[in-house]
Every structure is written in C-alpha cells, then in structure tokens.
Design a protein. Structure first.
Ligand code: DC
Length: 225
C-alpha cells in the first residue's frame, strides 16, 4: 500500500518548498501539481491563445504532452520533451495557471496524469485540490496558510533568487487575484478538506514548518519519522 501525503494551500504559503523538503526527509517523491497548470498556461501563451478564453485554451489541450521526471531528487516538468521547469516559474505564468485551472477540461487532463503518477510510489503531493479531489483517501492531509504579507514577501524572495524583480504592489495584487480565482472557481476550488490539519506558517521558518508536518505525520501513525 503506497503512502500519500496531501499538502494544499494558497499561493505563497510555502507548499512546494515544504512538500519537497518533507518528501526528501521521508524518501518519498514530491509532486508539485501547480507546475502542471503552469505548463498548460505556457503552452497556451506560446500558441498565442488567451488564458481567459476557454475554447482557445481547450483547443490546444489535445496536443500538449506533459511529463514529470526527477533529476537529483528534484521534479522537472517537460512539455513534448522540452524542460520547462524554469520557464513556468514566472509570476505571469502563475496568473495564467490560475486562469486555465478554472477549466474543467484542463483539470480533467491533469487529474489523469496526477493519478497515474501516484500509482506506484510513496508521494508528497502539493496543490489546491489534493486533499479534496486528487487524493481524497490520503491518510495525511495538511492545509498550509500564511498571511498575505508573509506570502508576498516569500514570492518576492523567490523571484529575486531567480534574478527577477517585481514591486510589492503588483505582487500583492496578483496574489489577491489568485486567491480569489483559486477559492471561487466552480471546479475543484481551493478549500481545506474536513480531515485536513491546518498549519499557519506566517511566523515560522522553513525548518519549523517541516518539523510540524513530520510531527503530524508521526501522530497519524502512518510511518515512523
Ligand atoms: O502552486 P502554484 O502557484 O504553482 O499554482 C499555480 C496555479 O495553478 C494556482 O493559482 C491554481 C492552479 N492550481 C490548481 O488549480 N490546482 C492545483 N492542484 C495546483 C495548482
């Protein structure tokens, strides 16, 4: 029986960083599902399709071949063989991802890929709907939150580490819009599953969050960590 750990939360809550670190500690595979939505947004952009036009986005879906592979323990995302891991990390692709993620057709395609990926391995999977839709039977579900200010600061740090600069106001606006879009969409919106444990990371550093999650996993009796 494979062990699945679901981590959901809003943008900038630290999900991917934390999920990656927890997976490394446990020797599990980390699956960042946001990168897949970002990859769809990138493909739409490159094909000249508008993110807010559902039929335009759906028209290219059949030709998109998304793959995940692991290089030195890190997830890489490929579109038709091209490594787009870094190209999808920009703030713009985050906005595009939130838009294309509202389309049932996009979610259905990515759900199939996500469910295939968890079949044969122990995973820590992060996203918005992992505990509610993708892995509803996961024995451990975590919902990570943090204040808007803390999340904006983290995103600015992430962008500056990539050599990209953005001002606080535009990132705040983008994040508020993303929160709204993610929480209010009809299909698989961001929400805390009833059996999720909520962790507010506003005043925690990465190590504290990792330790908190490992403690939750231990308390659930899923494995000895
Ligand atoms: O986690 P992220 O910032 O990379 O996610 C980008 C967008 O993708 C996010 O705003 C909403 C969407 N998303 C989703 O709808 N469901 C997921 N499981 C993961 C991401």
């Amino acid at each position: 029986m494979r062990i699945r750990i679901a981590i959901d939360g809003p943008s900038g809550s630290g999900k991917s960083t934390i999920a990656k670190a927890v997976a490394a500690r446990l020797g599990f595979v980390h699956i960042d599902t946001g990168a897949m939505f970002r990859a769809v947004a990138l493909c739409a952009y490159r094909s000249g399709k508008k993110w807010d036009n559902e039929s335009e986005v759906l028209s290219i879906l059949g030709g998109i071949n998304i793959d995940i592979a692991y290089v030195q323990g890190g997830q890489r995302v490929y579109v038709s063989g091209e490594d787009v891991t870094d190209a999808v990390r920009t703030a713009e692709m985050g906005v595009g991802a939130a838009a294309v993620a509202t389309y049932e057709g996009v979610r259905e395609k990515l759900l199939q890929i996500q469910q295939r990926l968890v079949k044969s391995r122990n995973v820590v999977m992060d996203g918005r709907d992992i505990g509610t839709v993708v892995l509803p039977d996961a024995p451990v579900k975590i919902f990570l939150t943090a204040s808007l200010e803390a999340r904006v600061q983290r995103r600015l740090n992430e962008l500056s580490a990539m050599g990209l600069t953005h001002d606080v106001d535009s990132i705040t606006q983008q994040m508020q819009k993303r929160d709204y879009d993610d929480t209010n969409r009809a299909s698989a919106p961001l929400k805390c599953a009833p059996d999720s444990v909520m962790v507010d990371t506003s005043d925690m550093d990465i190590e504290q969050v990792i330790e908190t999650i490992l403690q939750i996993i231990k308390e659930k009796g899923v494995l000895d960590v």
